[in-house]
Design a protein. Structure first.
Length: 159
């Protein structure tokens, strides 16, 4: 089983990094999450029952690590912008882009949307990766899409 997990990790490094980066929005944190995922997957590969379940299993490990990182970051205290010396750099004005609207969704809904459209997982793979029922995954996806549609129309992004 270790051989299959190692092969998956080697072949899907970019996929794992993109997924981690889409959640953490920080290159260093994303690289740390991918590295920790590889370590945990290799340590725990004996608990994996089927080689067909490698992708959702590793994805679930990565998602859990990303969630833990985000929880830890909530406990950090950031200085207000006026206390930072930006060296002449001015922050761009935020816009109401799709990415910003996606960030406004609850974590569970955002996770399903990112896995479905950014990582191109099937609903069954998302169900396995998140540990939720298929019907729960569908409900979260459709609720999130409906909310995104409402938010985008409210921001004058009519189709």
């Amino acid at each position: 089983m270790q051989k299959q997990v190692t092969q998956f990790l080697l072949e899907n490094q970019a996929y794992l990094y993109r997924m981690a980066y889409s959640y953490l929005k920080n290159q260093d944190d994303a690289l740390d999450a991918v590295q920790s995922t590889a370590c945990r997957a290799l340590e725990q590969c004996g608990t994996l029952r089927s080689t067909a379940a490698v992708r959702p299993w590793v994805t679930q490990i990565l998602l859990n690590l990303c969630k833990n990182t985000l929880r830890r970051q909530k406990k950090l205290i950031y200085l207000p912008g006026e206390q930072l010396d930006l060296g002449g750099y001015t922050m761009p004005e935020p816009d109401d882009s799709l990415a910003r609207q996606l960030e406004a969704l609850p974590f569970e809904q955002r996770t399903v949307v990112q896995l479905r459209f950014y990582n191109e997982l099937s609903l069954r793979e998302i169900s396995a990766a998140t540990g939720c029922n298929l019907s729960t995954v569908k409900n979260r996806l459709y609720t999130a899409l409906k909310q995104l549609r409402v938010n985008m129309k409210g921001a004058d992004y009519d189709e």
